[in-house]
Design a binder for this molecule. Structure first.
Ligand code: SF4
Length: 658
């Protein structure tokens, strides 16, 4: 069946792991015939190397680019490291195995002005543009000068595939702009490793592909940790207006001396949001979008939505002309931004989407660090609006995940809509049964009616049975911060300290660097002379997804409660919408599946490679009924633990004794 199969030229290791060769052959074959492929494989199966060695020969033969999408920098680095191995082991194919990992402009920027500002990616783009047009960025000037001097940059200047971190270090030494250095190399790179946004955000994708002088039809997409794209696709299709953007727009109106009518419009919105922030409690309040916009345009003596749109477009154009004029005579060379454009885009979006049942409109109020925030939001409900064009147009795609439910994923993303069809490949578990102990505990639950001191004490007692009998580190991931805090209020800290292990508790508002320090210390406590540590976090949180804990860094994981979302108006709107478009599957697709997906992600933390040994405890008896949703490699190992004193202790002790 397999014709043209050339993966052996690219596979860099002396032998294949379980099933690897069959899967690689299959992916190569399917990619050659333009299929969308979903590979469901647990960690430890070598998904990255399977993806690269199967797709590189297709890309070479068909003159395509591979765009490898990852969620985190660590995952991108892992792809580049595998690519470097391929590059060095396959010298005849060097031309086809060069690649580069790319980060966002703000993360690669070395300009101190931009780096000192706390701005969003859109704002960073506009500031960078302004700095360049003012000729005020030395790093950009240096790289331009280098290229103007007749120098050209390609991968022969370097020793094979390059990670973004390596590019940043190199650029610091030479005072180049790392972001533009990466961009100059991109066109020649057959493999680009980047964040999902580069393809899933339609505006970014348009500019990215235009820059590369290619089209999706000429790209093979690899989507790592593909379970993330359901939420990502709705996020990138949503929009938000905050008082900050309105304040900044007022400043721009003042600076550019724009007509008073614009000032009145923005100021009215700002006052309106300020009042709502006072009146509303934390949470969401649904808005009837048509009524809202009608009241808004009538307030400004406009007769219809069409007139309102014209008003917005004129506002945007007037601002653009003024900004350009200022940039020309800006003697201070200050970066200019364009907040008016962001505000206008929001209202044009609102006008376009107000009749569609695929969007939900609301005020959203939240409190963080004791400060109250408000936003007006347009929430997209259907991920397929974003995913289907990507899956349909790309030459072929390979979505990778260890925890996905293929049927739900296929429905939610429209993976199957491609004319050439799709294929699902599910691998066997590479883990030995004797290395995994998976338990569902009876007698405890964290549903609303059970959240009382008696239940929390029972949960803490059972947690301590696991902690006391585990050799090194343990992760406890709660269904929510509410449950995490309730455990703390009910004395989990002291109970853990009494076991001789150190407790590290995740905090929702700390910086990434402080959190990284917590993780570093937690991992260090897995080694003697320490007796191990406990990491207390939440399912779906930053320490639960995207962070690996191989070996003794995490011997056991405890999932406390089923991590259902709160039933907010937005979640209810999604359930209702899914009921309409997915044959009454709203509750399952929008509520149960995401919760079980988060629990599955948490359950995989201690088992990252074939040799790992670990305990996975689902500490909520409701998991028994939801067993069918647990990842297959864990499900087949599950034991029910009766609600009896010390039954967890004896089971865990016995597991580690063998
Ligand atoms: S050109 Fe590069 S270094 Fe300069 S502001 Fe833009 S991203 Fe930063």
């Amino acid at each position: 069946m397999i014709k043209n199969s050339s993966y052996l030229e690219f596979f860099p290791y002396p032998k294949f792991r379980l099933e690897q060769e069959d899967i690689i052959e299959k992916i190569e074959f399917l990619a050659r015939i333009h299929k969308n492929i979903l590979l469901v494989a647990p960690n430890g199966t070598g998904k990255t190397i399977m993806a690269l060695s199967s797709l590189l020969p297709v890309a070479r033969d068909k003159k395509l680019k591979i765009i490898y999408l990852c969620r985190t920098h660590a995952q991108s680095t892992r792809v580049i490291r595998e690519l470097q191995k391929i590059h060095h082991s396959s010298p005849n194919n060097n031309k086809y195995t060069s690649g580069i990992s790319l980060r966002g402009r703000k993360e690669m920027c070395l300009n101190t002005t931009l780096n000192s500002m706390r701005v969003s990616p859109t704002e960073a783009m506009s500031i960078c543009k302004s700095l360049r047009s003012n000729n005020s960025c030395n790093h950009y000037r240096n790289i331009k000068k280098f290229l103007k001097g007749g120098n050209s940059l390609d991968f022969y200047n370097f020793e094979g595939p390059l990670d973004a971190e390596e590019l940043i270090t190199m650029s610091k030494d030479r005072r180049y702009c790392a972001y533009f250095l990466a961009k100059f190399l991109l066109k020649k790179a057959p493999i680009i490793v980047c964040n999902f946004q580069w393809i899933f955000n339609p505006d970014i994708r348009y500019r990215f592909l235009k820059f590369l002088e290619t089209a999706l039809e000429k790209c093979i997409l690899v989507i790592d940790e593909a379970h993330n794209i359901v939420d990502l696709a709705t996020e990138v299709n949503s929009d938000k207006l905050t008082p900050y953007f309105l304040t900044m727009s007022l400043n721009e109106i003042h600076t550019y001396r724009l007509p008073d009518k614009y000032w009145q419009f923005i100021n009215f919105l700002k006052d309106h949001l300020a009042q709502k922030k006072k009146d509303l409690k934390n949470g969401e309040l649904e808005i009837n979008p048509k009524e809202f916009i009608t009241r808004l345009y009538k307030k400004f003596k406009l007769k219809s939505i069409t007139e309102f749109k014209r008003f917005l477009e004129k506002f945007r154009d007037d601002a653009k002309i003024s900004i350009q004029a200022q940039e020309k005579d800006n003697t201070k060379k200050e970066p200019s931004q364009d907040y008016i454009k962001i505000v206008v885009k929001f209202w044009l979006n609102w006008s376009r989407k107000l009749e569609s049942e695929r969007y939900f409109f609301c005020y959203h109020v939240k409190t963080a660090a004791r400060k109250k925030y408000i936003s007006l939001e347009i929430v997209a409900l259907d991920p397929r609006d974003i995913t289907v064009p990507i899956y349909n147009k790309s030459f072929a795609s390979l979505s990778l995940s260890g925890t996905i439910n293929p049927s739900v994923f296929t429905h939610l993303t429209g993976l199957s809509y491609k004319q050439q069809g799709y294929e699902i490949i599910i691998t066997k578990s590479p883990f030995k049964s004797r290395n995994i102990l998976a338990l569902v505990t009876e007698g405890v639950a964290t549903d609303y009616n059970n959240r009382n001191p008696f239940m929390y004490n029972k949960i803490i007692t059972k947690i301590i049975e696991v902690v006391s009998n585990t050799p090194a580190n343990i992760g406890i991931f709660c269904a929510s911060y509410k449950i995490l805090n309730d455990l703390i209020m009910n004395g989990i800290k002291i109970s853990i300290q009494n076991t001789g292990k150190k407790l590290f508790a995740e905090e929702s508002n700390i910086s990434a660097s402080k959190n990284a320090k917590i993780l570093e210390n937690f991992k260090a406590f897995s080694q003697p002379p320490h007796k191990g540590a406990v990491l207390l976090g939440v399912c779906g949180g930053r320490n639960c997804e995207g962070e690996d804990y191989p070996g003794d860094f995490m011997n056991a994981v405890i999932i406390v409660g089923i991590p259902y979302h709160l039933q907010t108006p937005r979640v209810k709107a999604k359930i209702e919408y899914y009921n309409k478009v997915f044959n009454r599957q709203g509750w399952v697709f929008a509520y149960l599946y995401p919760a079980m997906q988060r629990a599955n992600q948490a359950s995989g933390r201690p088992i990252r490679k074939e040799s790992d040994k670990g305990v996975i405890v689902f500490m909520d008896s409701r998991f028994r009924e939801r067993r069918g949703w647990i990842s297959e490699w864990v499900r087949k190992e599950i034991k029910l633990i009766p609600n009896k004193k010390n039954s967890i202790s004896s089971t865990v002790k016995e597991f580690w004794r063998i």
